[in-house]
Design a protein around this ligand. Structure first.
Ligand code: NAG
Ligand code: NAG
Ligand code: NAG
Ligand code: NAG
Ligand code: NAG
Ligand code: NAG
Ligand code: NAG
Length: 215
């Protein structure tokens, strides 16, 4: 199931990007673009609503291996992110305007870092919501999902046959609905659609697996 993987991939990419990108790693961007991106990420406005500087220093030496090894790091990152108010749409959209104007050549080239920044801009809002959803016992949903997958995905198997026990939970429901609603009202830009694939599949798949009231 390419599409379920792609939604998970969206979040995992987002979190890993946010917590591992240190300033020096944006070096594949052209100088003007790189400096505009770094200025924003380091700005007090952004850091008041997203702990970018804190995370990038805290996680500078963390190596991401697998979910189980890094569960505590992920929880720490979620705590830092969710303790701040969510960034306003206008802050993100102003950054988008700067990014589009300073980085047009990088965007046209589809450089990996430009794609990474595009993902941050596009996915910020639903990802921030999803990162902070909690379950009925107060644990982070993303962590619950990770634990369920680790406990249910046999070595060598794929997302295709994750059981309904893993998929049809309140946590997956909240995240899936948040994301699908967002994607519906904000169509994926063409360059990101290539990365994440179609969302028709995931809608059909969840509908079939979890029932028509899930979405
Ligand atoms: C980030 O901002 C602080 C001041 O807020 C400044 O001292 C520091 O040099 C900046 N770092 C980079 C990499 O721009
Ligand atoms: C995760 O990493 C740890 C140590 O790095 C290893 O012991 C464990 O088997 C890994 N788990 C999976 C599912 O790969
Ligand atoms: C960023 O700007 C581009 C170009 O104007 C636009 O197509 C895109 O939808 C914007 N992205 C977001 C998340 O606002
Ligand atoms: C809630 O999430 C945590 C992980 O964040 C998990 O360990 C716990 O089992 C979940 N609770 C329920 C009722 O699923
Ligand atoms: C799960 O998926 C894997 C690979 O896609 C397949 O080999 C395996 O037979 C499937 N298991 C079940 C129980 O469907
Ligand atoms: C689902 O995705 C597969 C490959 O990703 C594609 O071949 C298939 O046409 C898609 N189905 C629907 C209903 O979009
Ligand atoms: C879910 O499936 C049912 C029956 O197959 C269909 O009538 C319904 O429109 C589907 N819902 C969505 C949201 O795709």
């Amino acid at each position: 199931m390419k599409s379920f993987r792609s939604i998970l991939h969206l979040f995992i990419t987002f979190i890993i990007l946010l917590i591992t990108k240190s300033y020096s790693q944006f070096t594949s961007l052209s100088p003007d673009c790189s400096s505009a991106v770094q200025t924003f990420l380091n700005s007090s406005e952004f850091n008041a609503c997203f702990p970018y500087n804190k995370l990038s220093s805290q996680f500078n030496h963390v190596v991401f291996r697998n979910f189980t090894t890094n569960e505590k790091d992920i929880i720490n990152a979620e705590d830092s992110i969710c303790s701040l108010p969510k960034c306003s749409d206008s802050l993100i959209s102003n950054f988008n305007s700067t990014f589009q104007s300073k980085c047009s050549a990088d965007i046209a080239k589809n450089s990996p870092d430009a794609l990474g920044v595009s993902i941050l801009i596009y996915a910020y809002s639903p990802a921030r919501d999803s990162i902070c959803f909690k379950n009925s016992t107060g644990g982070y949903c993303l962590v619950e999902i990770g634990e369920n997958i680790v406990n249910n995905l046999m070595p060598g198997s794929s997302f295709t046959n994750l059981s309904s026990k893993v998929l049809c939970t309140d946590c997956v429901k909240s995240i899936a609905n948040t994301c699908l609603k967002y994607i519906k009202s904000h169509p994926l830009p063409a360059n990101l659609a290539l990365v994440f694939g179609s969302t028709t599949n995931i809608t059909d798949y969840l509908n079939q697996t979890c029932g028509a009231s899930f979405l």
